[in-house]
Design a protein around this ligand. Structure first.
Ligand code: DGL
Length: 269
């Protein structure tokens, strides 16, 4: 039995890691579309096609539930895939909603009208494709009023992380935070709206300063997945857990082992 976790590359490991800690008895089949990463510089049509292909791969391997542990894929493909209809017994879920529910102090599934919330100035750090989709702002507007969101497209950060060049990734994060602060000098909260960015969480926090609350998705998504599986225990699927990549398995395994600080072995998808 396995739940599918999908990302363009290594970022979804931040969600997988939190999900494994929260749900130690659940198996996960992780799919990294490393050959096509980064997604964040692609157009929406291309991201949709790549995401759809990977999700069907996971469904075909017996996963009934697939989590898009990728904001870029969630922004460009989730709604469209759900609207076009998914095969019987299969589900695909994204990563925006748990984060926005936490930011707007809502319980899961609270669909009451938008209302004022404590946080008023929010910095969003995400890939160029996620920023231009405005999907985050749209989901937020369903739940909150009066929140000022300043978005910063963080070009280059995902490529640097995928290449294992953490010095470049840190320099880019600092420069993207500076750029954001020129537009919004005093954000109250910062959203790491790309699952790769929690790997740089300390750099974001240091650059933003101690007064800014930084929200990452791992634990929030894991918590909401736990709730979901409690309500739908039959959605754990029939597949086997493991790690798949469309890239070079040895290279991807080395990077993943470095990030999660435990041995991870990817196989060719
Ligand atoms: N981890 C991804 C996200 O959450 C992806 C990035 C990319 O491939 O550009 O957006």
């Amino acid at each position: 039995m396995a739940v599918g976790i999908f990302d363009s590359g290594l970022g979804g490991l931040t969600v997988l890691d939190a999900a494994q800690k929260r749900l130690p008895d659940v198996d996960f089949l992780y799919f990294a579309d490393s050959a096509h990463a980064p997604y964040g510089v692609r157009d929406a049509e291309n991201i949709y096609a790549l995401t759809r292909h990977a999700v069907y791969n996971l469904w075909d391997r017996g996963c009934d539930l697939v989590i898009l542990a990728c904001n870029t894929a969630s922004a460009a493909a989730l709604r469209r895939m759900q609207e076009e209809g998914v095969p019987a017994g299969k589900r695909v879920l994204g990563v925006f909603v748990p984060l926005i529910e936490a930011l707007t102090e809502r319980q899961w599934g609270d669909n009451s009208p938008p209302r004022e919330v404590a946080v008023k100035h929010v910095a969003l750090f995400a890939t160029p494709a996620t920023v231009s989709s405005r999907a985050f702002q749209r989901e937020l507007a369903f739940r909150a009023i009066g929140v000022d969101v300043e978005a910063q497209a963080c070009g280059g950060v995902v490529d640097a992380i995928e290449d294992g060049d953490m010095i470049l990734a840190e320099a880019l994060v600092r420069s993207h935070v500076d750029a954001l602060k020129r537009k919004m000098p005093e954000p109250q909260a910062a959203i790491l709206g790309c699952t790769h960015y929690p790997l740089m969480a300390e750099t974001f926090q240091a650059a933003l300063g101690p007064d800014v609350q930084v929200y990452s998705q791992g634990a929030l998504v894991a918590e909401s997945l736990g709730d979901y599986l409690q309500r739908h225990p039959n959605m754990q699927g029939e597949g086997k857990g493991g790690f798949l990549t469309t890239g070079k398995p040895d290279f991807v395994s080395d990077r993943a082992t470095q990030f999660l600080r435990r041995q991870i072995s990817f196989e060719a998808a």
